[in-house]
Design a protein around this ligand. Structure first.
Ligand SMILES: [Zn+2]
Length: 339
């Protein structure tokens, strides 16, 4: 009987309890979401990688190599390690090295980690020349130019060696021009190189000498006064043509009186007789070298002799010899006059 009453009073109680407004639920949800987002970010936070990798060189940071070393330079490389990324690859940049030129080179290494941090390192490589030998070596080439001369000029250029060309009258003006432009000395060896003609008299000799001097001047713009007698100043072949007038005795004085300077040689390569191979030419020249002034006679008309030049230069450079071109100031090598 009283039961329904009780029921209805319960309903009243529920009806009077306040429901939370919808906006509050949204706020609570948003707040909870924000809170868990922040918690997630805090827990999973990784600081950015600002440290570049560390490069470690294999081998020494400074390496010395002897000029002309026969063993090619082998770089030992480098390793790179990054705290975050572990072992990385280090790239190596090798400069172009000329083993025949003393100098300093830098080998560069670089490594980049996953965050783009770059590390760089370098190694110094020094090409060291031997102690210089006192004096000089003058490579001289007679009777050219010839079809071998351009090749010879390439070799001299490669090793930055200046030489002297005692030229005759040939239609190879471009080769003479090139030799001159590349810093070699152009000497005169008479136009015809014809003993029977040039050693007849002082006038036939000087006509011929001036002819080649003019030709060289036309080609280079330079009036050369360096000269070499065909056969050398000690030749006796001139006695066959001078009618017993001892022309060489007169010519050596006369060329100087006319402002020329003549050069003989004190090392003969033997390429005009005796030597017939590059090996012999090489041995004839290098076995004579030592401290002092050396004027080496070769002929750029002989292919096998030209073939020996590169090894002669390599020998010289490895052993501290200074190659030079003859000038009017050079001390030369003079033979005694024999006619
Ligand atoms: Zn000659």
């Amino acid at each position: 009987m009283s039961e329904p009453k009780t029921e209805s009073s319960k309903e009243v109680t529920q009806a009077t309890r306040k429901k939370p407004p919808v906006w509050a639920l949204v706020v609570i949800l948003l707040f909870a979401g924000l809170l868990s987002y922040v918690a997630f970010r805090v827990l999973t936070y990784v600081p950015p990688d600002v440290d570049p990798p560390v490069i470690t060189l294999n081998g020494e940071p400074e390496v010395e190599i002897a000029l002309g070393s026969e063993t090619p330079y082998q770089d030992a490389g480098a390793t790179a390690f990054d705290e975050r990324d572990g072992e990385l690859e280090a790239t190596t940049t090798l400069p172009e090295m000329d083993i025949w030129r003393a100098g300093e080179y830098e080998i560069k290494y670089a490594a980049t980690d996953a965050s783009g941090n770059l590390a760089e390192a370098s190694r110094k490589v020094k090409i060291v020349a031997p102690a210089p030998v006192e004096g000089a070596v003058y490579l001289t080439f007679d009777d050219g130019p010839s079809e071998h001369t351009a090749r010879l000029l390439d070799i001299l250029k490669k090793y930055d060696v200046k030489a002297t060309f005692f030229v005759v009258g040939r239609e190879m003006d471009d080769v003479i021009k090139r030799a001159y432009d590349e810093g070699h000395s152009i000497g005169l060896h008479t136009f015809s190189h014809n003993y029977a003609h040039i050693y007849q008299s002082t006038s036939t000799f000087f006509d011929d000498l001036y002819a080649i001097q003019n030709k060289v001047k036309d080609i280079t713009g330079y009036s050369s006064t360096l000269m070499r007698f065909p056969g050398g100043s000690s030749n006796t072949v001139s006695a066959l043509y001078d009618g017993g007038t001892r022309i060489m005795s007169r010519l050596v004085k006369e060329v100087e009186a006319r402002g020329f300077k003549y050069f003989d040689w004190n090392i003969s390569s033997g390429d005009a007789g005796g030597a017939t191979t590059s090996e012999e030419v090489y041995n004839n020249v290098t076995s004579r070298l030592g401290p002092g002034e050396w004027v080496v006679l070769q002929h750029d008309t002989q292919g096998f002799s030209v073939d020996a030049v590169e090894r002669i230069i390599q020998f010289g450079k490895r052993n501290g010899y200074q190659f030079k071109a003859l000038t009017m100031e050079s001390s030369g090598a003079w033979h005694g006059v024999r006619n």
